[in-house]
Design a protein around this ligand. Structure first.
Ligand code: HXC
Ligand code: NAP
Length: 302
């Protein structure tokens, strides 16, 4: 289902006309709502994910609701050759992208001592390597033609204070934080800006299933006095921030990571409270996460 109406957005209609944006993992959750905000403001939008049916259905949902052009592409960003083909397809379909959102991710809570090498790689290959290779494929083309562009990576606040029980994600997101700062300097003088967003809790199906398995669906921390604003984030708030960073209206903002978490990380945040869990809780969490993984895997087309 589409999520937003024009009343949710802070910007004038048509703001993003002429812009072409790729959002990885744009078929679900936060990626889908950022795709929706860009589409509603006139951008042409591409979304990708491993479940071809999911990205195609999301693209249809969004264009049925708002019109415009949104294309769903099946792509596994763990495979550099697949990224190359996807980027080639996009450039051939209507020219250079003007923006990229590195949003695709994998994550699950686990005691770090329980992780296997494959468990670590399952996350790092999507977040750390995959996001870098998508950025590189786009970046090479932008630099070659002098195209200006904005790259926004979706991180977590753990890049500042660590992520106990989500260590592969925290390490990978921290790597993208440094990529943001590094390329902001290296490519900034050629018109390519890099910024990042560090969201606090925004309940999504993917997040609930793997970070609060068995929860009531309110998501990590829910409406909770440990969050200074005592609530989860709202999708439109995230959509507005992403549009701001993608649009040339923010052209002097470069190399920044902006938290949108109600001030949560300033009070600690994260999953440190899971230190109270014993073997039984961890076994139940693992079973629940694995069944979510299996359900999603059955829908993959690449
Ligand atoms: C320990 C686990 C595990 C668990 C999987 N593994 N779940 N290890 N605890 N709970 C291990 C498996 O045992 C296996 O290792 C390895 O990981 C790979 O598992 P697969 O299921 O084969 O992986 P794959 O099919 O590649 O799926 C990747 C995935 C999956 C990352 C594991 O979760 C996924 O596709 N996620 C995409 C969506 C997602 O995660 N969304 C959440 C983003 S939310 P062995 O050695 O046994 O073979 C987010 C919010 C952060 O990031 C902030 C919140 C505030
Ligand atoms: P989500 O719905 O599970 O989104 C993850 C998306 O990534 C899915 O659409 C998934 O699609 C895609 N993806 C995963 N692996 C991929 C791969 N190898 N290739 C291509 N696409 C892949 O979860 P979400 O909550 O919206 O999370 C979106 C982003 O926000 C993530 O970066 C997450 O870390 C970040 N974040 C979320 C929260 C929150 O509270 N929700 C908080 C902080 C940060 P397929 O499975 O079809 O591939």
């Amino acid at each position: 289902m589409a999520e937003l109406s024009m009343d949710d957005l802070m910007f004038r209609p048509g703001l993003m006309k002429g812009q072409r944006i790729l959002i990885t993992g744009g078929g679900t959750g936060l990626g889908k709502v950022m795709a929706e905000a860009c589409l509603m403001l006139g951008a042409e939008v591409y979304i990708c994910g491993r479940r071809g049916g999911v990205v195609e259905a999301a693209a249809k949902d969004l264009t049925d609701a708002h019109g415009g052009k949104c294309v769903g592409l099946a792509c596994d960003i763990r495979v550099p050759e697949a990224i190359g083909e996807m980027i080639e397809t996009i450039w051939a379909d209507g020219g250079a992208l003007t923006g990229l959102v590195n949003n695709a991710a994998g994550n699950f809570i686990s005691r770090t001592e329980d992780l296997s090498p494959r468990g670590f790689d399952a996350i790092a290959n999507i977040v750390f390597r995959g996001s870098f290779f998508v950025t590189l494929e786009c970046g090479k083309r932008w630099l070659e033609t002098g195209q200006h562009a904005s790259v926004v990576s979706i991180l977590t606040t753990w890049v500042w204070n660590g992520g106990p029980f989500t260590v592969p994600s925290a390490m990978s997101k921290a790597g993208l934080n440094v990529m943001t700062q590094s390329l902001a300097v290296e490519w900034g003088n050629r018109g390519i800006r890099f910024n990042a967003i560090a969201p606090g809790p925004f309940p999504t199906e993917g997040m609930n299933a793997r970070l609060t398995p068995g929860s009531d669906g309110r998501g990590h921390d829910g409406a909770d006095p440990t969050i200074p604003l005592n609530r989860n984030g709202e999708m439109r708030e995230l959509g507005n921030l992403a549009v701001y960073l993608l649009d040339p209206g923010s052209a002097y903002v470069n190399g920044q990571t902006i938290a949108i978490d109600g001030g949560s990380h300033l009070r600690g945040g994260g999953f440190s409270r899971l230190a109270e869990w014993g073997d039984a809780e961890w076994a139940a969490a693992r079973d629940s996460i694995r069944s979510a993984n299996e359900k999603d895997r059955a829908q993959r087309t690449v």
